[in-house]
Design a protein around this ligand. Sequence first.
Ligand code: AMP
Length: 394
Amino acid sequence: MVENEKKLDSVEMESNWSESIESFEDLNLKQELLRGIYGFGWNKPSKIQQTSILPFIKSRDLIAQAQSGSGKTGAFTIGSLQIIDSEKSEVQALILAPTRELAQQIYDVYVFIGEYMKVKVLNLIGGTEVKESIKALENGVQIVVGSPGRVLDMLKKNYLKLSDLKVLILDEADDLLQKGFLENMKEIISLIPTECRINLFSATMPKEIVSLTDNFMNNPVKILVKNEELNLKGIKQYYVTLKKEWKLDTLMNLYKGLDIAQAIIFCNSKKGVDNLAEEMKKKGHMVSCIHSELQMADRAKVMFEFRKGVTRVLISTDLTARGIDVYQVSIVINYDLPTQKETYIHRIGRCGRYGKKGNAINFILPEEKDQLDSLMKFYDFVIEPLPQDLSQVK
Ligand code: AMP
């Protein structure tokens, strides 16, 4: 079974693009855009930015796969800001993300980088005032960042018009093209102009997803950044084998023994998140938690406080597994091992951002040992037993 699975997925996507630039100046970007990039503190393009901004400028469809935390958001933010015409008030770039939290984060990057451009960006996500979104759309925006449900709703009601769209970007594309989102995505794609570029970004790009793209992409540039610049080597991975009833005590021991800047603890269910948060609070720990059943305003508050470092420990479902970028996160704990191997990569990528060091610690039930072995085999990395002496975990 594991072997078959490996065969199915192991055909890596081949890059078919070799052009790359050394510096942001090499891209002949608009002056105001360049100012925004430098103003944001980015002096040199990351590996994925060196290769994947050019296809935007050259009007090509693109599939880009690069490590978590390697600057993908910057790549498509810069690429799309370069090609939009800020004199026009029509929507020219539409960016979709699987969660509201990620859409919000992307929106923030557009606002920062586009600071010196005359560009209006709208965050179109569920759980927010529809009236406000409609008003903003009526006043004219050039860029919309959203989650598929609200975007489709606005499209169907004809408030959002895509006749001038130049680029559709799917962040965490493999997630967006899976069952839960696929029908919405097909509908959105059917509504974009034929000449609109489609660009897909993710750290994981399973082969089935890449084959699916044949149906709606036009001879895409494919860029696969291997783990040479920033990679999982920055993240040390450990496991502890334990019984279910030992998980909480083990977590408490880790708490005592580890130096945690900020940490995310992942559970596989909403109930698991709530229960763990409650147990930890009973033990006197300040933790916050997030999952999709919380009200939007609460979700936003939790993320805001975590990003600001007001709270140091976030207990979460896979809602924050993808894309969420909090630089200070030094530890990811898989309180429950994820069932999908792609999810594992995304979860642990929440630490070790942009070349920083991080530690991922997995709680493994005895019956999950095979799953752990198959992860190591599949991704060809090592997950070591957690040392008794926690001072060795740095
Ligand atoms: P991302 O992979 O898009 O989530 O980006 C990961 C982190 O890298 C974010 O904190 C970005 O602000 C940062 N980043 C992206 N591009 C650059 C760059 N060219 N120079 C420095 N930091 C960057």
